[in-house]
Structure formats: C-alpha cells, structure tokens
Design a protein around this ligand. Structure first.
Ligand code: COA
Length: 635
C-alpha cells in the first residue's frame, strides 16, 4: 500500500471522549419532529477551543530519534540520528521550515486541517473499501421473517434520523476529555455527505438540505423520502412500508453502478465523469450523493469458509463479500452506510475523510439502543413514503468498467484475512485494578504479539484524538517505544523474576501513557513532521534529507495500525492493514472483556490474522500474570 498514513488514522475511541448523552434514544424525546437541515444552516454553539499548537523543533527531533531507534540497526540508527541533527542544526532548513510553520500556526486556528484531509484521505488513490473505510459491527440479530429484517432496518433508520435531529438542534451534549471540552464539528459532517472521486484527488460534497435516504437492495438504488409534509421524521412503521415497497418494486437486472465505488479512486473518477454526461445518470448520482445516508438491505452472504460468526460479520460489513454477495449493494463513498442483512448481520461502514470514529461510535450506540428499545406500532394508520428507483444508462465503456470493478473487488475480498474475537479472560476494570492504564496495557500486548510472531518490533500507529483543539482530528501515538520493546524482550527472552518483569512493564506503561499525553496535547511528532514536509514541497524547497532517509520511511511503515474504539454496546470496529505486510488491530475494551478485530492480507506470506490473534491473547494473559504475581509476592 502506497500511503502509509491514510488507513492508519482510522478507528474509534469514544469512551474516553465522554459524551454525556443525556438525551435518550427512546421515543418521546420530542426532538424527532425537527426537520433535518444541514449544519451549515444552524451552527452549533460549543466551547471555543485553542488553536492547534506547533511543537518545538528540537522536541520533535528528540522524540523522532527516540522512537526510530527500536526499528533500526545500530549503523542505520547512527545515520538517521545524524540526518536528524543536521536537519535541526542552527540556521539549517529545519529552522527555516519551523519558522514558516509557526507563522502559519499563528494565523490559522488549525494549521494542519487541509493538509491532513488531503494527504490522509482525498489524494489517497487506493479503493476506500478495506483500505480506508472502517466498519462497525453491531450486535447480531436473528430475524425470523422478511418483515423482522425490514422492521429492524426501519428502526435503525429512524434512530439515525433522531440523532441527526439532535445534532441539528444544537442539543448534543458537549464532549469532554477529562475536563477539556472537545471540538464538536465532526458531528455536523456525518449526515448528507459524500466523497466524490476525482482524477487526481477527491472532493467532499455536503448537501445543504436533504429529505431522503438511499436504500440499496439487490444492487438497485432507491430514493426514499423520510420526512412527512410537516417536516417530521416519519414513524418507524411508515419507514417499514417504504422498505417493503423497495423490496417489492423491481426484480430486473442491476446496472451494478455500486461496484464502481469499490475501485481505485482514479479509475472511479474517470467512470464518474463519464456517468455524469448522461442526464438520467446525473440525476441518479445527485440523489445518491445528496442523500442523508444509505441503508443497505443485504442478502445472506454465501460463503464457504470456517470463519466464526463474528469474523464473518466483520467481513460482510467491511467489504460485502464480493460480487456474488453484497459488495455491489453499497455506495462506499457515502459518509454513512447502515447495513442490515437478512441473516441478522448489521452495522455500518463509513467513509473516513469527513469525520473520525468517535462521533460515529456515539451515533451507533444511540441507534442500537433505539432499535433495541423500540416496539413497532402495529396498526393500519400509516403512510407509505415516496419511494423511487434510480436508473442508470450505461455506455459499453461503463459496462466494462463495472465488469472490471467486479473482478477487482473479488480479488480484494479474497485478499483480506480477518480475525474478530472477544478476549474474555479479563477486561478494562481488571487492568485498572492492577493500577495500569488499560489502553497502554493493550498497546504493549499488541507490540509484544508482533515481536513474538515475527522476532522483531514493528512501527506501530495508534490514533490519539486532538479534538481539544479547534478542528482537531488525530495525532499518531508511536507505540513502538524503547521501553515497550525492552519489556517484550525481557519477558519473551529472559528468565527474570515476576517483580523485575513487572517493573519493566510499569516502565513501558508509563512511557506509553507519557506519549499519549503528548499526542492529545498536540505535542507529538508525526503531524508536525508532515507540516514541515508540506511546507518544503509547497515552498519549492528541496525535500530535506530527513524525509528521504530510510529511517524516516521505516518509522512510517505502520505494520501495526491500531486504534481503540470504545463503544458501550457489544460492538467492534474493523479495518484493513495499511501496509501489505501489516496488521490492522482495532479493539473495544469493555468492563470484563476486550473485543478485537485483527486483519491482514493473504497475499503476504509472513502475516496471519489468526496467529496474531492467538499471540495477542497469550501476551495479554501473560502480562496480567506478571502483574498479579508481582503484586501477590510483595504482599
Ligand atoms: N490505574 C487505574 N486506572 C487507570 C490508570 C491507572 N494507572 N490509567 C488509566 N486508568 C483509567 C482511566 O482513568 C480511565 O478510567 P475510566 O474508565 O473511569 O474513564 C480508564 O482507565 C481508561 O484510560 P486509558 O486506558 O488510560 O485510556 P484512555 O481512555 O485515556 O484512552 C486513547 C487513550 C489514546 C485511546 C485516547 O486518549 C484517545 O485519544 N482516543 C481517541 C482515539 C481516536 O480519536 N480515534 C479515532 C481515530 S479515527
């Protein structure tokens, strides 16, 4: 995979971002009658936040040298260290770029926003599915009839519309990190948005006002109006009628246009341009792109493998299991796609560029609660919403593009390994009882699992939120820290007492926690280095050797792309690896268990999601044993 940062920024962790959603999902909250307008028509009034800071150059270079060390040989490290020192030398190019960045930082509330959006997302050319879009698996349902399937989908739709109404009314509770209020702007981007493919770079389209969703069924697209004449959100029962109407409307062949959204962005950009030449296609595309969100009504996937139910759920939500299954029953560019399959698999898949995971995870908790609490009214007083099938006229070139997209998506689907499981030996509370940070503990276990399997450490990305700052998104926590590698080596290779091992574990936890502190305070290094590099490129300055040094690329080759996604419900987020020889690893630390989704690529002979999961479980248990034996022996 060419881009090493794009996919690595995904993942959610909304638990610590403690939104106190006092507004219940239950009916009667009274907000659902609000007509949903785009947020640009009703700005949210939240805390005024500080600008994103520019870290000091010497601080960044010190941390860079520290974090690159475990990944390089002695000789390589000596070169990289010298290159970094030269970069930071008085009067050198580093100082010049730093000055330019500080000037930009003094003028703009968030000097990073546009660069990040562009380099992490919009200029990224691989398909968004697997490589960028995360999926969130909701609790499995068991539908006994078609009606139950559609009724559950209707409840998720209404739950999502109610959440949108709360956002639009400005009544969503302020999110906090500790005592710090967080930037809330991402919430305004979840609905009405769509990524539009371009030939070199994509754009984001955000409809100002929209009154319909798109329902996809049998790869056909339907526009379904979800508000009544007075602007009220239609009742679940009415939406159920709309979904029933969709499933009965048409049984003919599909043009398969949804497959185009699975393509590399340049390829899809060309096809999109071609599609737009025809007025019928243009109207259909506009209806999809300007919709509030998408609901995918999936058929049961026919799969022959030995995967567990949770792994299958993750894969179906991530990629739809290929052309014969549900990969064409999608519009992967849409910011929010809810998915409900007739076999009870349900969840969402979202396009990452406008928003980070936490708003999406909060939405998911809200709508799952709503769907589980709500009983459908069973009377005859109901409406059937306006529901219209969207059609496409495909030229032979576009037909061919769809055929090719089907072949390509099948190849990609074949390549993805997933291992989704619940580690049930202990959860977050047990780790807290050991007086250790649960997140740091899990991160150390992930790095140690890699070392255990591969014999050496790996560049390790964890997402940290920078929403304490205006327009803040993420920073990288470099979890491959010397103290973490030291603990793993001591534990795996040396016969030391539990007490000595525990001391090394505590030091690893403290080092990780320290890095988290820097990252969430805008003082870590990866976005800073990106800013300096972008300034050099834009200023026509020769790319400094720091960025051409192999040590730099090694430390950015995120073989471990990880993220905490804490949700209240029994859910887990999943995404693909961001390097061909890497792993994606997302987790939801719950009270008494930890949900994991580990991914890898089949095409790489050295990685295996199954083995990684086993190694991870072992590391978690052994680390807990190290801590408990040491604590017990000191009593
Ligand atoms: N002893 C006892 N308890 C401890 C502890 C210790 N030494 N250290 C931490 N804890 C507690 C915390 O107080 C907290 O308690 P709570 O459950 O009552 O709230 C809990 O353990 C969890 O803390 P911790 O595991 O340290 O992590 P965190 O919740 O602070 O999360 C990050 C760490 C990096 C995940 C978080 O800072 C973050 O940035 N998340 C957002 C990521 C993001 O935006 N992802 C989106 C990318 S798309």
């Amino acid at each position: 995979m060419a881009n090493t940062t794009a996919g690595a920024v995904r993942g959610l962790s909304q638990k610590f971002i403690c939104s106190k959603h006092v507004l219940s999902a239950s009916p009667g909250v009274g907000l659902y009658s609000l007509r949903t307008k785009s947020m640009s028509s009703k700005a949210l009034q939240y805390a005024k936040l500080p600008s994103l800071p520019v870290p000091k150059l010497n601080q960044t270079l010190e941390q860079y040298i520290r974090t690159v060390k475990p990944l390089l040989t002695k000789d390589e490290f000596a070169v990289t260290e010298q290159v970094a020192k030269n970069f930071g030398a008085p009067g050198g190019v580093g100082e010049k770029l730093q000055l330019m960045l500080e000037e930009k930082g003094a003028k703009e509330p968030n000097w990073l926003s546009e660069w990040w959006l562009d380099s992490a997302y919009l200029s990224y050319r691989l398909p968004v599915l697997v490589h960028s879009n995360p999926a969130l698996v909701f609790p499995k349902q068991n539908f006994l009839s078609k009606k139950e399937h559609l009724a559950y989908a209707a409840k998720l739709i209404v739950g999502a519309l109610r959440y949108k109404a709360i956002i639009d009314s400005g009544k969503l509770e302020q999110d906090y990190l500790g005592k710090s209020p967080l930037d809330m702007s991402q919430y305004t981007k979840v609905f009405n948005g769509c990524r539009i493919p371009g030939l070199k770079t994509d754009t984001i389209r955000h409809a100002l006002d929209s009154n319909h969703i798109i329902v996809i069924h049998n790869n056909q697209f339907y526009k379904v109006v979800v508000y009544g004449e007075n602007g009220q959100i239609l009742d679940d029962r009415d939406i159920l009628n709309g979904l029933t109407c969709v499933t009965q409307k048409y049984n003919g062949p599909s043009a398969g246009v949804g497959f185009l959204t699975t393509e590399c962005r340049n390829v899809w950009g060309i096809a999109h341009k071609e599609l737009n030449k025809d007025p019928v296609n243009r109207a259909s595309l506009q209806a999809i792109e300007d919709s509030i969100f998408v609901m995918c009504l999936d058929k049961s996937s026919k799969i022959e493998d030995n995967a567990t139910v949770s792994t299958r759920m993750a894969l179906q939500l991530l990629h739809g299991y290929g052309a014969e299954n549900n990969s064409g029953n999608r519009w992967f560019d849409k910011t929010l796609q809810l998915i409900v399959s007739e076999d009870g698999v349900n969840g969402l898949c979202y396009e990452h560029s406008p928003t980070e995971g936490p708003p999406i995870a909060n939405l998911a908790d809200f709508i799952v609660n709503y769907a589980q609490e709500k009983t459908l009214r069973d009377d005859e007083r109901h409406l059937t919403p306006h529901c219209e099938r969207l059609t496409f006229n495909l030229t032979s070139a576009l037909d061919e593009a769809v055929m090719l997209a089907k072949r390509n998506v099948d190849q990609l689907v074949q390549d993805v390994q997933m291992n989704s499981f619940s580690f049930d030996k202990f959860g977050k509370e047990d780790i807290k009882a050991l007086k250790l940070s649960p997140d740091s503990f899990i991160q150390i276990a992930i790095q140690m699992a890699f070392i255990r399997l591969h014999g050496h450490p790996a560049a390790h990305y964890e997402s940290a939120s920078t929403r304490r700052f205006h327009g803040g998104r993420t920073e990288t926590i470099r979890s491959c820290l010397p103290e973490i590698v030291n603990f793993a080596n001591i534990h795996l290779k040396q016969n030391l007492s539990p007490h000595e091992k525990f001391k090394a574990l505590q030091s690893a936890v403290n080092a990780h926690k320290g890095y988290v502190g820097m990252a969430i305070n805008g003082q870590a290094i990866d976005r800073h280095l990106l800013g300096l590099k972008r300034l050099a490129i834009e200023g026509g300055i020769d790319i400094p050797s720091l960025f051409l040094d192999p040590g730099y690329s090694t430390s950015n080759n995120w073989r471990l792309s990880t993220s905490q996604v804490a949700a209240v419900n029994d859910m887990v987020m999943c995404y693909g690896p961001v390097t061909p020889d890497g792993y994606g690893c997302c987790y939801n630390p719950r009270r008494d268990e930890i949900n994991f989704a580990v991914s890898a690529f089949n095409s790489n002979p050295t990685t295996c999601a199954e083995k990684f999961g086993e190694a991870l479980k072992k590391c978690l248990e052994e680390m807990r044993d190290v801590a408990t034996s040491s604590i017990l022996s000191s009593l």
